[in-house]
Design a protein around this ligand. Structure first.
Ligand SMILES: C[S@@+](CC[C@H](N)C(=O)[O-])C[C@H]1O[C@@H](n2cnc3c(N)ncnc32)[C@H](O)[C@@H]1O
Length: 293
């Protein structure tokens, strides 16, 4: 199985070192990396690991097997956090972690997240859900597609890209990641095609966010997390782009004003040089932490 490198793991461990006896929720258990370290560091803590991806649950089960009896894995979206906690009847909740985005192994599987290889346009984290990248790209109306790519991708060439997609799909459906990446590449101004970041990066991010309803689910889940935490419980959120971070920041601020949360990170924590060197994908990570009052 493909392993996963857990982002900001030292910092996550720092904020979870004084956990009270109770349950910790890893709302994005992924490869089980953070969960493993948290269980190891806190012998009195039990863990609930949530993921919407079946493969992630398989990987994390393998990773956590030495903690048999201290963890429970659930297939769910984190937006249904309250339901998961209610069904399992667990309390107190002493901490909740969100590590948003895609994991390394999802990028390596042929699920259409990467534009580096020829793969079907899918991008679903939960492969039993209905909406795929293929549908978004081939069937969304021009204005709808423009809204997705400009809002979720913050792509300044969204209009040119959407026009090229719409022209292309009049002739034939866009089937693969590579086909889409080529259309985007050609839609980009020629002098900007060879910059460090591939022209398709932002559009792929936007479509992935749309397919997985990522931003709406994050907002809903954070609100629920604040309410589920026990007094003194810690809430950690790691985001990978400004849209996610903005939701985290605003939710923390709202609950600080309501006297539900104390914010422990005045500015978001970012990875140190050595981590970025070892794991370049961590470079855009931002972690915010709050404590339940
Ligand atoms: C960056 S990975 C987490 C890696 C994990 N922290 C580790 O150390 O191995 C993010 C995970 O969150 C999952 N995910 C994303 N959105 C989700 C959602 N709305 N509900 C549940 N899981 C979600 C993805 O399937 C992926 O496995």
């Amino acid at each position: 199985m493909i392993s996963h490198y857990s982002v900001l793991y030292r910092e996550v461990l720092e904020f979870t070192k004084d956990l009270k006896e109770g349950y910790f929720i890893d709302a994005t258990v992924g490869g089980g990396g953070h969960s493993y370290l948290i269980l190891k560091q806190n012998p009195k803590v039990k863990l609930i690991g949530i993921d919407k991806d079946d493969y992630a649950l398989e990987v994390s089960k393998e990773r956590l097997k030495e903690f048999e009896g201290r963890y429970h894995l659930v297939k769910s979206s984190f937006k249904d956090l309250d339901k998961v906690v209610k069904d399992l009847d667990v309390k107190p909740i002493v901490g909740i972690l969100f590590d948003f985005g895609v994991s390394h192994f999802q990028l390596k599987l042929p699920r259409g997240f990467s534009f580096q290889r020829e793969e079907p346009l899918d991008m679903r984290m939960d492969t039993s859900s209905d909406l795929t990248a293929y549908y978004v790209v081939n069937y969304y109306t021009e204005p709808h597609l423009l809204k997705v790519i400009s809002e979720y991708g913050e792509e300044k060439f969204a209009r040119r890209i959407v026009k090229s997609i719409v022209d292309y799909r009049k002739r034939k459906k866009i089937e693969t990641t590579k086909e889409l990446a080529d259309i985007i590449y050609k839609a980009y101004p020629p002098n900007l095609r060879h910059s460090k970041i591939h022209p398709a990066t932002k559009t792929f991010q936007a479509i992935r966010i749309e397919v997985n309803n990522e931003l709406n689910e994050i907002e809903e889940a954070l609100e629920k997390a604040v309410r589920l935490l026990d007094k003194g419980g810690v809430l950690i959120a790691i985001s990978f782009h400004s849209l996610e971070d903005r939701i985290v920041k605003n939710t923390f601020k709202k609950y600080k004003e309501l006297k539900f949360l104390e914010i422990l990170t005045k500015k978001p924590i970012t990875p140190q040089e050595d981590e970025i060197k070892e794991n370049p994908a961590s470079r855009s990570a931002k972690m915010r932490v709050a404590r339940r009052l």
